[in-house]
Ligand binder design. Structure first.
Ligand code: NAP
Ligand code: GLV
Length: 321
């Protein structure tokens, strides 16, 4: 019998993220293993040993009775965690430098954008207004990172290297050189009291849903040269209470927000975020997973698994991330 097939289930995606591109890349790295793009009526589900997926519909993986590992083609597994019929096999998420570096670029770009008053400067250019405002030093601001995992820790280091004061918050206790670390619900308020720019890189779980809400915004630090604090969310849309963000921007509780993710994606055309003067909006592409890199990552993991070695970055289903 030949090698068990790798089934590919990819919903949505841009030109660079098309199911056909994923299939071509997996075909290059999987040797003689069959790579099958679903749906494929000719496929015998019993032949499938591995599944590489992005946002499969609930129940779509249940048919594969000989499945050994599920590979999520991204870092966040919230969509999979919502599938009650998900086969009980190891679920591996993406944690690779390529994705981490992209997220670090996004976070540094948006922190600098607010720190360097770019929205004000771009508006000044648009109306031909020569009205410089003092540019304060990075060390005048504290950036608070929610989530000190693969992505949060890398962003924290990059911001620290630029001179920002950095604090971080995680579920379990951590010690990270150069970063003041807080953890758990007991450490949350103290973390918020320090934070001028709040960056959210948490996974979406039952515990973190709507954690970005008015109560949290009112506890952020307002004593820096920025004045009103800023929120940057590149985790998941379900982490934010969108009505609270809009109200906080409108009444000055927040000075600005950079949002990459939304409760409903694509963001509906009538969302007030599109035209809000204090919102810097991107379409959930802070850190894309790249088919070249991730197909190699999955092939490496399958080779490890078949050699009897431990899989990396296996999701803890009880925690939900
Ligand atoms: P990760 O390595 O699993 O890190 C998650 C961090 O969140 C950990 O530090 C964890 O604490 C902390 N955390 C989880 N639940 C918490 C809670 N209830 N209270 C406090 N801290 C909590 O994940 P990652 O690779 O950094 O990715 C984070 C998220 O980024 C993903 O889940 C995904 O949603 C999002 N993402 C977005 C994009 C995009 O393009 N917008 C791209 C990639 C990823 P512990 O360290 O104590 O476990
Ligand atoms: C993207 O949103 C990811 O989770 O990798």
């Amino acid at each position: 019998m030949g090698k068990g097939a790798l089934a590919l289930l990819v919903h949505g995606g841009t030109e660079n993220w098309s199911p056909q591109r994923w299939k071509a890349r997996f075909g290059e790295v999987c040797g003689d293993r069959p790579v099958v793009l679903l749906p494929d009526p000719a496929l015998d589900p019993a032949e499938v040993h591995y599944a590489a997926v992005w946002k499969p519909k609930p129940g779509e993986l249940a048919a594969f009775k000989n499945l050994r590992v599920i590979f999520n083609l991204g870092a966040g597994v919230d969509a999979l965690m919502a599938d009650r019929s998900l086969p009980d096999v190891p679920l591996v998420r993406v944690a690779v430098d390529d994705l981490t570096d992209r997220m670090t670029e996004y976070v540094v770009l948006h922190v600098l954008m607010h720190h360097r008053q770019e929205p004000y400067l771009r508006e000044s250019q648009r109306v031909r207004r020569w009205a410089p405002k003092y540019q304060w030093a990075a060390s005048a601001l504290t950036v608070g990172i929610m989530g000190l995992g693969t992505l949060g820790a890398a962003s924290a280091h990059a911001l620290g290297a630029l001179g920002f004061r950095v604090v971080g918050w995680s579920r379990s206790e951590k010690q990270v050189v150069g970063i003041r670390c807080f953890h758990g619900s007991d450490g949350f308020d103290a973390f918020l009291r320090e934070t001028n720019i709040l960056v959210c890189l948490l996974p979406l779980t039952p515990e973190t849903r709507h954690i970005l809400n008015r109560g949290v915004f009112t506890k952020l630090n307002r004593t820096s040269p920025l004045g009103a604090p800023v929120v940057i969310n590149a985790g998941r849309g379900g982490l934010q209470n969108e009505a609270d963000i809009l109200r906080a921007l409108d009444d000055g509780t927040l000075g600005a927000a950079s949002l990459d993710v939304y409760e409903t994606e694509p963001l509906p055309g009538d969302s007030p975020f599109w035209s809000h003067p204090k919102v810097v909006l991107t379409p959930h592409n802070a850190a894309d997973t790249d088919a070249d890199e991730i197909s190699k990552y999955v092939a490496r993991q399958i080779a490890r698994f078949e050699a009897g070695e431990a899989l990396e970055n296996v999701v803890d289903r009880t925690r939900g991330y």
